[in-house]
Write a new protein. Structure first.
Length: 257
């Protein structure tokens, strides 16, 4: 098997295995607890962005902190504008308000956070594909263990993504399909890195920052406001504990990684 064939095979495996493992947890064990799992998703998304992706982006040799912070700002504002355009397009109406909206209109509007999380997930998987390809081009064994490490650290993020998609109104089958498609972005990253490694390496920190901005924006602008709608102190305590569980899950796998 050639190096390119190995890269395609391993990136496809890495991009789908983590999704399937996360799906087996999210769609069978956790989907009945979506309301509570929103809190876990907040912890997972924020800790993935702030404790994993952003530090990785800033650790790239030659990366410019000012440009990376500017990219983070641009990403946050960009996702704000995407959501604003979506809101304007759908106006502020809802089903049953007398404006003759079709069934499922509310789910479509709620689904905008789902589409944004998929954008961030796709970019993150693309970067993972570049990392796997770079490792494989150095040494087969290094590439293999890099893929295993990426699968391990992707699982909590994918669980968080599934919870966001289910909360946004996606069906289980659609959530699985779109996550698998995003997972295959790793193959694209791997193939492009094989042919253009220097150029791909130079844009990786900025892709990581944009992906992180989507995770941060969705957690702060969409999920946390939902949690504030249940202000009772018992519910607030449960939410805090579940956020801590999400953070702890990511930290545990980071330590093992």
């Amino acid at each position: 098997m050639s190096v390119l064939q190995s890269i395609i095979f391993i990136t496809a495996l890495a991009g789908t295995v983590s999704v399937l493992i996360a799906a087996s947890c999210s769609l069978s064990l956790l989907s009945k607890m979506v309301e509570n799992m929103v809190s876990v998703s907040v912890g997972i998304l924020l800790s993935t962005a702030l404790l994993h992706s952003l530090p990785e982006a800033f650790s790239f040799p030659g990366s410019e902190p000012r440009l990376l912070f500017a990219t983070l700002l641009a990403g946050l504002l960009g996702f704000f504008l995407l959501e604003k355009i979506s809101l304007l397009r759908h106006s502020h109406h809802h089903e049953g308000d007398g404006h003759d909206h079709h069934h499922g209109h509310d789910a479509e509007v709620a689904g905008r956070s789902g589409w944004m999380i998929l954008v961030g997930d796709g970019l993150h998987n693309f970067v993972d594909g570049v990392l796997i390809a770079a490792a494989f081009m150095a040494d087969y064994h290094v590439g293999f263990f890099t893929a295993l490490a990426i699968i391990a650290h992707e699982i909590p993020q994918e669980i968080g993504d599934f919870m966001v998609l289910l909360n946004a109104g996606f069906t289980r089958s659609r959530a699985l399909l779109y996550n698998l498609i995003c997972g295959l972005a790793a193959v694209l990253g791997g193939v492009l890195a094989y042919f253009f490694l220097a150029q791909a390496h130079s844009i990786m920190p900025y892709l990581l920052v944009i992906a992180s901005s989507s995770f941060i924006y969705i957690a702060v602008s969409d999920l946390i406001p939902q949690m504030h709608r249940r202000p009772h102190w018992v519910e607030s305590l449960r939410q805090t504990v579940l956020i801590a569980c999400g953070v702890g899950f990511v930290l545990l796998l980071s330590v093992l990684h």
